[in-house]
Design a protein around this ligand. Structure first.
Ligand code: 6LW
Length: 551
């Protein structure tokens, strides 16, 4: 059996992997989306399914007001004597001088929950993780942020012991490594054959990203950094990454780093890490951020690598620093899961697990699956820039080629009432195919685009008949989207020209850094009358990479 990377496709960064018996779990970051943290499950490391999102109560996670790409960062999943532990950072101030990066812990006795109320950990920076030593002692480690100008130290990692029962701090946090000028984060500790191994992501999270590994005879250090013989370094200040694609711009998996180790029940070693599949499109040479950078509209995804040990150091089994796109699966019985159906008929009492909302869950005033059975009813809410609740449901775009379709019944009476289908990066960047009302034309279908707050209606307003359900379709091919609509049983009609979608990426969005393109359904009623739209179904079909059929 072969494993094909990325194993978690579409925006799923900062993976933390855990094995409990024969079950494997990977937690990934969710930022401003609710519920918080995605936990995926596998029994063979090849087939993964989205299992649960642990931060699913507003009393645990309230993301009101939280900026794009802030919110929940870098979950760390661990298990000790019947209890699952999940640590994460809740970021509420970033892109500023003093970051507010609050670190929390929740626990559960069943991975599916319920998970506890969050306990705040004392924090020096983001990316906390918990290490359970073989003697039962617990330690929390994290990177350190530093607001002093010039920043005094980069790449500092700290360790603090916690009470093994209460998890209260035992003594002060101590610096265990300072890698100035190499920026280190995402630390994870392991014990292997009597030594402590410290994994840390290095050099940011873009195309320079990599993974460093250190070891020590004592948990408190001193830690020695591994200098792999295969490491390519073009600058003496460059990190000694055991995994990186920074010198291989044509490699299909870029941004490799932020790794976490796991050993199978049969004794094999693997590591998960984040990566990105670059598009062909680039930022403009004079772009304010990342000029000329390649764009990654699928965001940062999760990949898996086979690990072996060489002279007591963990290395990629392929003998290089480059991540494999395909690799042999471990000697575990294959355990495929049923594929999630492409069509969501909205027949169930709850939204399918693939859907997330922005910042808050949707309650009865925003959403109903029962008022009209077999339909998702969205009551018109605040506009697309709102940082509270929005009547919007979103799921990840997982491949560069995909089709989306819906059928919507919506009879707007005012231009302030809108409903339709969206491609979304954040509240300043989206492509919105929707129905609304125009004073002269009556009911219309239109496209609204927002690119870093530059707004346009590139297809004008097309009048349509009232009283019929309207089908809406978006087809994404290789960086462009073509939109169409059909009224009742009529033929599909294209609306507008093909539009670039690659600006829906960390590289192109001014406020973004860390997420990826989402797609879904939404409804606004800026009058406050909560006019609703009924969506009959949503169809999302990711297509194989070589599909380039008619649009
Ligand atoms: C993550 C950290 C990072 O917590 O990005 O650049 C953050 N580094 O490791 C969000 O993914």
């Amino acid at each position: 059996m072969e494993i094909i990377n990325p194993i978690l496709r579409g925006f799923n960064p900062d993976p933390s992997i855990l094995r409990v018996g024969e079950d494997y779990y990977i937690a990934t970051s969710t930022f401003e989306y609710f519920p918080g943290v995605q936990i995926h499950h596998s029994r063979d490391l090849a087939h993964w399914r989205l299992l649960t999102r642990p931060l699913n109560r507003v009393s645990q996670l309230d993301l009101r007001g939280v900026g794009a790409s802030q919110g929940v960062w870098a979950p760390d999943l661990s298990f000790w004597q019947g209890t699952y532990y999940l640590l994460y950072t809740l970021v509420t101030s970033f892109y500023c001088n003093m970051y507010d990066t609050h670190n929390y812990m929740v626990t559960a006795t069943d991975i599916r929950g319920p998970w506890s109320q969050p306990i705040r950990l004392s924090g020096y920076g983001f990316d906390p993780s918990l290490f359970h030593d073989t003697d039962g002692c617990k330690y929390v480690l994290s990177m350190v942020t530093d607001h002093r100008i010039p920043k005094k130290y980069a790449g500092r990692l700290v360790l603090q012991q916690l009470d093994a029962v209460t998890c209260a701090p035992l003594g002060a946090a101590k610096e265990i490594y300072a890698a100035d000028p190499i920026y280190l984060e995402g630390p994870h500790l392991y014990r292997h054959e009597g030594l402590y191994y410290l994994f840390a992501a290095d050099t940011g999270t873009g195309e320079e990203h990599g993974q460093s590994v250190l070891r020590s005879a004592s948990v408190w250090g001193p830690y020695e950094m591994y200098h792999p013989s295969y490491a390519v370094r073009t600058d003496p200040r460059e990190a000694w990454s055991m995994l990186t694609a920074r010198h291989a711009p044509d490699h299909p998996l870029q941004k490799a780093g932020h790794a976490d180790l796991v050993q199978t029940q049969t004794g094999e070693w693997y590591a998960v890490h984040l990566c990105g599949r670059p598009g062909k499109q680039r930022n403009a040479p004079d772009a304010p951020r990342f000029p000329n950078a390649r764009r990654y509209p699928l965001g940062r995804e999760t990949a898996l690598q086979r690990i072996t040990w060489a002279q007591g150091w963990p290395v990629l089994a392929n003998g290089t620093a480059l991540p494999d796109v395909t690799l042999p699966a471990p000697a575990l019985p294959p355990h495929p899961w049923p594929l999630p159906p492409a069509m969501d008929h909205f027949d169930a009492a709850q939204l399918d697990i693939r859907w997330q909302t922005l910042r808050l869950p949707l309650g009865e005033t925003e959403l109903s699956l029962t008022e009209r059975p077999g339909h998702l009813r969205l009551f018109g809410g605040d506009g697309l820039s709102a940082r509270g609740s929005q009547s919007m449901v979103l799921q990840r775009v997982t491949e560069p080629h995909c089709d989306m379709e819906t059928v919507v019944s919506f009879e707007p009476a005012l231009f302030k009432q809108m409903a339709g289908m969206i491609l979304w990066y954040d509240s300043d960047n989206y492509i919105y195919l929707h129905l609304t009302h125009d004073e002269q034309l009556g009911k219309v279908v239109t496209l609204l685009t927002a690119e870093n707050k530059r707004y346009a209606y590139p297809a004008g307003f097309v009048p349509i008949l009232c009283g019929f359900p309207v089908r809406l379709r978006m087809r994404v091919r290789d960086g462009d989207v073509c939109c169409s609509f059909a009224v009742g049983q009529a033929e599909w009609q294209p609306i507008g020209d093909a539009l670039d979608v690659t600006f829906l990426s960390d590289e192109a969005c001014n406020e973004g850094w860390f997420t990826g393109t989402m797609t879904g359904l939404c409804c606004q009623d800026l009058t406050g009358s909560r006019l609703y739209a009924d969506f009959d179904a949503f169809w999302y079909q990711a297509l194989p990479l070589d599909t380039m059929d008619e649009r």
